[in-house]
Write a protein that binds this ligand. Structure first.
Ligand code: FAD
Ligand code: FES
Ligand code: MG
Length: 310
């Protein structure tokens, strides 16, 4: 069976939802992965044969439907190209996983699950798993403004308390997620663990917020990954006095021991070539669009009406 795009439909996209002009959800058919997946794990995706391999966290998985769900932020060449090409009925070229060590669940009685930016979706399966394991779950999510919010109902369904933070104050607390963590800590002196997922700078400040309170803090690290199997060394991170590979030793680590400055510096290393790749792809899109427009103008008009009607 082939998809509209002519590719095999092994990893067929069965649902797409656009949360904003930069954030989109893809639900993909993969029954074996849907059965095996655990919260905290990720996949490596190739949208097309010549595409880049990129890691994305499993935002959801449903063994009954035989699907896994990814929520993607279009930030550069590959994620923007996927945003343009991934439609319901088309297929991904490759989808490998689940990868990484699943998040620890079941040990904590009271947990704060924090998601900011592209971390909101990946923290959802963790909140749900902690709830299913019997924990009291406090969800804290951060967005720039109310109109960028998504999955509010999903979070409310698995959280005992739900705290929204927006940069502009259009919903909930005006401020970033650390304000939500402070509020949770002020109301509960028995929090066992904070789980924080989002951009490195956010996770760094979440860890600094919990450190003085001595609350254990788990972060999910997002260094550049290539093979996802511990072979290439791309995802090397410093945790305490140890060097770890996030793809096989993580992606979850103790937030109080992670060297976030090293992680952020390593993430900058390919900025010039990433910007170059985006520029070349945007230029090729522009040239193709122009050629298509010229072709449609140049195409001879064929009168398809029966001769008697002309
Ligand atoms: P580029 O312009 O190539 O890169 C933009 C920025 O993305 C870079 O500066 C760098 O910080 C990061 N990046 C680039 N290439 C990689 C790479 N191969 N591996 C990791 N980071 C890279 N994003 C989501 O939107 N949703 C998710 O659920 C998600 N989960 C992730 C889970 C893990 C374990 C990791 C490591 C990353 C995750 N990311 C997620 C980040 C995502 O992989 C990058 O945004 C994506 O690779 C950017 O590709 P690009 O070509 O569009 O942008
Ligand atoms: Fe290559 Fe982790 S991605 S070692
Ligand atoms: Mg890229």
């Amino acid at each position: 069976m082939t998809s509209e795009a002519g590719k095999t439909s092994q990893f067929e996209i069965v649902r797409r939802e656009d949360f904003s002009d930069v954030t989109y959800l893809l639900e993909i058919r993969h029954p074996a992965m849907a059965k095996a997946a655990k919260p905290g794990q990720f996949v490596i995706v190739m949208e097309h044969e010549h595409g880049e391999r990129i890691p994305l966290t499993l935002a959801d998985f449903d063994p009954d439907r035989g699907t896994v769900t990814l929520v993607v932020q279009a930030v550069g060449k590959t994620t923007k190209e996927m945003q343009q090409r991934c439609r319901v009925g088309t297929s991904l070229h490759a989808l490998v996983g689940p990868m990484g060590i699943p998040s620890r669940v079941g040990h904590a009685r009271k947990v704060v699950c924090v998601g900011g930016g592209l971390g909101v979706a990946p923290v959802y399966p963790q909140a749900r798993a902690h709830k299913e394991a019997g924990a009291y779950v406090i969800g804290v999510v951060g967005f720039r403004s109310r109109d960028l919010m998504f999955w509010e109902d999903e979070f409310r369904a698995v959280c005992d308390e739900f705290i929204v933070c927006t940069d502009d104050g259009s919903e909930g607390i005006k401020g970033v997620v650390t304000a939500g963590i402070e509020q949770a800590i002020a109301h509960h002196d028995d929090i066992d663990e904070v789980v924080a997922i989002g951009p490195p700078i956010m996770m760094k400040f979440c860890a600094e917020t919990t450190r003085p309170h001595g609350v254990s803090t788990v972060v999910s690290l997002n260094p550049v990954m290539v093979d996802g199997t511990g072979m290439c060394g791309g995802c090397r991170v410093r945790v305490g006095d140890q060097v770890k590979f996030a793809c096989v030793d993580g992606p979850d680590f103790d937030g109080h021991s992670v060297d976030f400055d090293d992680l952020m510096a390593r993430l900058q290393r390919f900025r010039a070539s990433e910007a170059d790749a985006l520029e070349r792809w945007q230029e090729s899109c522009r040239v193709r669009a122009e050629a298509e427009a010229q072709e449609s103008v140049a195409a001879p008009l064929v009168d398809t009406r029966p001769a008697a009607d002309r």
